[in-house]
Design a protein around this ligand. Structure first.
Ligand code: UDP
Length: 258
């Protein structure tokens, strides 16, 4: 184990970890459970102690998603609802920051939506400097613009801060042929190309995020955060979850070409 930021024997020097808001609530519930937040914070802190620089882009779906107000509700404008969603990510960011700091981890909360007194403004160079100093950077507020999700923000931030990989933590093992929570026979893919994700309309991240990663050849790893130690395994480059890269053919968990 090394404590020096960016000094690692593993394949990644700097990663962006996308945490959905759902990772802050008990399965199937909404809101914030500090027990869940501390659990994911301690896993992330252990991963960072491997010497990898970690920026976390935090979602807000456990509190509010803009899209939930759009159907059949004319009294709230769609853009307003998305701004409410962005603020939800700041609430989560504050919870995560305190959880990490209660473990002794130095952090900075940065927001793409200006919020003096609560979070630093997101400034790319400053974010990189914090990472170099061994702080976990939490990015809230998404992109700061409505009509997209924090997946897109995660892809954008990963490109901006020159991360080696975008890691998306989910509650299933990786990317499946269908929703595994609905169809137990869904096939888990181990390797996918960006093109396959698009052609097969697979649920990895939102399409804008996929397009950005594809255009800039930024690999994505989708993995299960609920398995203890998986964030550490992911940053060490161990073979878990589903890798999405520019390579060609998809391989299922059984090793068979699909
Ligand atoms: N959001 C937005 N712009 C952004 C990021 C997020 O408008 O750049 C809003 C959007 O309404 C989204 C909500 O914030 O639904 C919460 O983010 P997200 O749905 O990505 O959270 P997650 O599903 O990751 O918990």
């Amino acid at each position: 184990m090394t404590d020096s930021p960016g000094q690692t024997d593993g394949p990644y020097r700097r990663v962006v970890l996308k945490l959905s808001g759902e990772s802050f609530a008990p399965p199937g519930e909404r809101g914030i459970s500090m027990e869940e937040v501390v659990h994911i914070a301690s896993q992330t802190y252990r991963a960072m102690q491997q010497g990898v620089e970690i920026a976390i882009v935090i979602g807000g779906g456990n509190i509010l998603r803009g899209a939930q107000f759009t159907a059949g509700n004319s009294s709230i404008q769609e853009a307003t609802a998305h701004y409410m969603g962005m603020l939800a990510t700041v609430i989560n960011g504050l919870a995560l920051q305190d959880a990490l700091e209660s473990l002794g981890c130095e952090t900075r909360l940065m927001s793409a939506v200006k919020m003096d007194g609560v979070a630093e403004p997101y400034i790319r160079r400053r974010a990189k400097r914090h990472l170099e100093k061994g702080r976990i950077v939490i990015v809230a507020g998404g992109t700061g613009a409505p009509f997209v999700t924090t997946d897109t923000a995660a892809a954008q931030k990963a490109l901006e801060i020159e991360a080696d990989i975008l890691m998306k933590a989910t509650r299933v093992e990786g990317v499946y042929s269908e929703d595994p929570e609905k169809n137990p026979h869904a096939v888990l893919f181990r390797n996918l190309s960006f093109q396959e994700v698009r052609d097969q309309n697979l649920r990895v991240m939102d399409p804008t995020a996929i397009a950005q990663c594809m255009e800039h050849d930024l690999p994505i790893l989708v993995f299960n955060y609920r398995v203890d130690g998986n964030i550490e395994r992911a940053v060490r480059g161990e073979k878990i979850g589903t890798s999405v890269t520019s390579r060609k053919e998809a391989v299922s968990a059984s090793g068979a070409d699909i």
